[in-house]
Ligand binder design. Structure first.
Ligand SMILES: Cc1cc2nc3c(=O)[nH]c(=O)nc-3n(C[C@H](O)[C@H](O)[C@H](O)COP(=O)(O)OP(=O)(O)OC[C@H]3O[C@@H](n4cnc5c(N)ncnc54)[C@H](O)[C@@H]3O)c2cc1C
Length: 335
């Protein structure tokens, strides 16, 4: 067993765990690096990105353009599919060696277990799903976190300054900045991956979603709620989304009822989105939904109930049955 992290001095460096899809860096990575630059401005340390996988060095340059001064690359065939035990072990070794002050993670759907597990290994604290991250007037790392459905804003402060502080943030919450002329260094690290660390083995990754849902990248989102009436009710939502070159979102009720997959959910327990246009169809406007979409540039709501709360957050409101309104919209768009 590895020795527990000792209390020797932490560095002033701020680390980011780099998320990526098979095709590209995940947006949240740039956003975390943006936040890391802000924190490093306070500590005077370096911004470091850590990327783990197979053939991932190709992302190094882009990570530097998003603000990394150093990129640690851990490549190994064993890292081909995400494996919590292997990835945690690799990060644990790296953190214990380099002792960063803060380590930021994206709270992405299939990797939410990584940061908490690492925190347990390091016997340190973690703030999950935070909003703003900053050093307060006393120089203590602080993160804002909403609770009770977005009705309260808490400030959570790390008190133990002898241990690396772990923080996770959801995609779309922080601001990234792309600076192509930023310079940095890529460092390949011995992976140290050992099959003996794997309690589970992933044999195959099957994609169940009909089409990848890039909610957080989308310019236009058409979302359906309980008002669509059933899984077949989403056909018309898909039609409008396709016509507008957008993607389909959903309220939690629609997801919980099994009408559409979780990857479409917008809101407190789903994705936080900031599209140019958000069209809410048959969605009442519960706080837990609103916190996920209120930063959209333009919100259009279609609802049969003229006093539905969603109209309080809409730039344009249409009181009517979505099954009558959407076909008319499609007709107009065809013109
Ligand atoms: C801890 C927690 C986390 C949560 N996280 C989320 C989350 O991430 N995302 C989320 O969405 N919710 C979340 N919720 C649930 C949330 O509180 C609401 O229950 C949910 O958002 C309501 O979904 P809805 O608007 O589709 O359904 P409803 O509230 O039932 O509203 C349906 C709306 O459709 C309208 N309607 C009905 N028929 C039509 C029609 N034919 N045409 C037009 N309009 C019609 C009705 O007037 C009504 O306003 C969470 C709740 C909790 C407690």
């Amino acid at each position: 067993m590895l020795k527990e992290a000792d209390d020797s001095q932490l560095t002033d460096d701020i680390w980011v765990y780099a998320e990526y899809t098979p095709e590209k860096l995940h947006n949240v990575t740039g956003e975390l690096l943006g936040a890391a630059r802000g924190l490093a401005g306070h500590t005077g340390g370096k911004v470091c990105a850590v990327i783990i996988g197979q053939n991932v060095e190709k992302y190094g340059k882009e990570l530097i353009s998003y603000g990394a001064d150093l990129v640690y690359v851990l490549e190994d065939d064993l890292f081909r599919n995400y494996n919590n035990e292997l990835y945690t072990r690799a990060l644990e070794k790296l953190v214990k060696k380099h002792r960063p002050k803060v380590f930021l993670f994206g709270s992405v759907f299939d990797r939410r277990d990584l940061a908490p597990r690492l925190a347990a290994r390091l016997k340190t604290g973690i703030i999950s799903e935070c909003g703003k991250i900053y050093f307060d007037e006393n120089g203590r790392l602080t993160a804002d976190k909403t609770s009770f459905g977005g009705n309260f804003l808490g400030k959570i402060i790390f008190r133990d300054e002898t241990k690396t502080s772990l923080v996770t943030a959801r995609p779309g919450v922080l601001e990234g900045m792309y600076v192509p002329e930023h310079r940095g260094e890529i460092i390949r690290v011995e992976s140290g991956a050992d099959p003996a660390d794997m309690m589970t083995q992933i044999r195959e990754v099957a994609k169940l979603a009909k089409k990848a849902v890039a909610l957080t990248d989308a310019d236009i989102i058409v979302s359906g709620g309980r008002g669509v009436g059933g899984p077949e009710g989403f056909d018309i939502i898909y039609k409008l989304a396709d016509r507008l070159n957008g993607v389909v979102g959903a309220s939690r009720v629609a997801v919980d009822l099994g009408w559409i997959g979780f990857e479409h959910q917008v809101g407190q327990a789903g994705a936080t989105v900031k599209p140019k246009i958000y069209i809410a169809c048959g969605i009442s406007g519960a706080t837990q939904h609103i916190v996920g979409m209120w930063e959209s540039d333009i919100v259009i709501a279609i609802n049969t109930h003229r006093y539905a709360a969603i109209f309080n957050f809409a730039d344009y409101g249409i009181v009517g049955d979505l099954f009558e309104v959407i076909p008319k919209l499609l007709e107009e768009l065809d013109k």
